[in-house]
Design a protein. Structure first.
Length: 156
């Protein structure tokens, strides 16, 4: 991460501060810089909060999806060689709950694979949740005890 803002991120933050929609090129460049580790945590926070405050547009989300696809790791599994389905089922588990429960997406992967369908299982948030765990006391959610929710009416 750099101490100074990169050009696309700087411009995107300026546009967001002015409540302007990002064009697809700028949105894509800013996300590229973010995904390549060239934006600080404060820049990432400002970028995401600016998008949320303004409201994300279809064009911005489309540009973000394009960049994420470009930067994603492609796998080329060998399918069909064993007489199984040539299809691949993609299951994602976030692993972010940190509850003492079983992982539903992992169980689903076992069931689908047991039925003879190849499965690609991956996760989404465990790294970000690990960083949060390191910064907060055990059992703490945004500075509150997990055993004492702020509004009990939201619990079911």
């Amino acid at each position: 991460m750099t101490a100074t803002m990169t050009s696309a991120m700087s411009e995107a933050l300026t546009w967001l501060a002015e409540d302007r929609d990002l064009d697809s090129g700028l949105a894509g460049q800013a996300l590229s810089e973010l995904m390549e580790g060239r934006a600080s945590e404060s820049q990432i926070g400002a970028f995401l909060m600016g998008l949320r405050a303004k409201g994300e547009t279809v064009g911005e989300i489309t540009a973000f999806a394009r960049i994420m696809r470009e930067k994603s790791l492609r796998i080329r599994p060998k399918l069909g060689a064993t007489g199984r389905s040539p299809l691949l089922t993609d299951l994602c588990g976030t692993g972010g709950a940190h509850l003492k429960t079983f992982n539903v997406s992992t169980i689903a992967a076992f069931v689908v694979a047991g039925a003879g369908v190849p499965v690609a299982k991956h996760g989404g948030q465990s790294r970000s949740h690990e960083r949060l765990r390191q910064r907060r006391p055990a059992g703490s959610i945004r500075g509150q005890s997990a055993s004492r929710p702020r509004d009990r009416r939201t619990l079911h």
